[in-house]
Design a protein around this ligand. Sequence first.
Ligand code: PMT
Length: 404
Amino acid sequence: MNQKKHVILGITGGIAAYKAAQLTSNLKKKGYDVHVIMTANATQFITPLTLETLSGNRVSVDTFDRNFEYNVQHVSLAKLADVFVIAPASANIIAKAAWGLADDMLSTTLLASRCEKIICPAMNTGMLDNPATQANLQTLRQRGMRIVEAQEGLLACGDVGRGRMAEPEEIEDEIERVLTPKILTGKKVLVSAGATQEALDPVRYLTNHSSGKMGYAIARAARNAGAQVVLVHGPTALKPIRDVQDIQIVSAAEMAQVILKEAPDCDLVIKAAAVADYTPARFSEQKIKKSGTDLSLPLQRTPDILKLLAENRTARQVLVGFAMETEDLLTQAQRKLHEKHVDLIVANDLRQPGAGFQGDTNCVTYVSKQGMETMPMMSKTAVAEDLVRRCAVLLKEREAATAC
Ligand code: PMT
């Protein structure tokens, strides 16, 4: 995120108000300017001082507070906001928002603001299921507000059911999505992630250390940029990404089948998966016994999916591969660029600290026909955002070239 974005965080009265402290802290760490507005009821659950300390900004509660730097406070805050989040959102604020009521600092600022709004309901299941609340939420949806749905769980009243506020990371994900420029609107993007597993027998398989983090970050960045995204991945511990079509496969052969089926109507394909190059030549139906003396394992090549994609690509399609090596990274990346006929190779060296498998960072070199560009170590999220921006440029260039 280059330019500081302003988030207005509205907090209403409910036990989930404690999660707003974590949300504020996380947003601040990510570089957002956070301004908190609390209802009087919210101050019964968490103090303005806590939110002031975490946000670094004065917290507003009272509409008629004279000791404030803004002239007409609710209008100034409303104008400042890039995104307006209410977390937790009580049944009361949801009703006020639906009916346009403005009788305190939060509801007046909300009514005055023109930016995108994210509502995170949190309440007792009965209140949430009440047709009045549901109708109010539907009104907000129809007006373009984004609802981050409440989850099932143990509620403060002791009931178990729907009504727990979404976790801060889910709300942050929605905020980032709202604030990302929509450079891939109208585009369909296919991303592969994670490791494949090649079964030897019912209990054993060959695989590698890919966690899926790099590919998932790319899928999320493409979704945030407005693309329709299909994510094909091997087994991973990562949570599905909201509004991304999720297809789990196990083996390289399965990945090949799904990718080759999905690719023809995609504008962009990014292959971050660590696909096995070899698979056992035979699958043993029974567990292989340790009594045998022959310890060699016959293997056969898996389909080279990237190469097959390039052979069947449409004129407008942009293809991006990754290259992961332990030696001669750039020579190997250039060889893959030419042999696999792709537009761009993102090369990462497993031996470089902060790069490659499992961690949250990567160090990549972009290799294309135009040359090479080595980037500093960045978070996988930042690498993914940068890659998506580059792909948007490649798509524009390809569109222009094919239009002639
Ligand atoms: O998942 P993480 O833990 O975050 O780790 C990320 C990563 C290191 C796995 C990722 O950044 C990465 O480098 N992925 C590609 C790993 C790899 O398989 O590299 P390769 O050089 O062997 O393959 C080159 C390209 O061909 C890749 O785009 C690969 O998806 C593709 N390939 C490989 C074999 C095969 N049979 N079919 C393919 O399409």
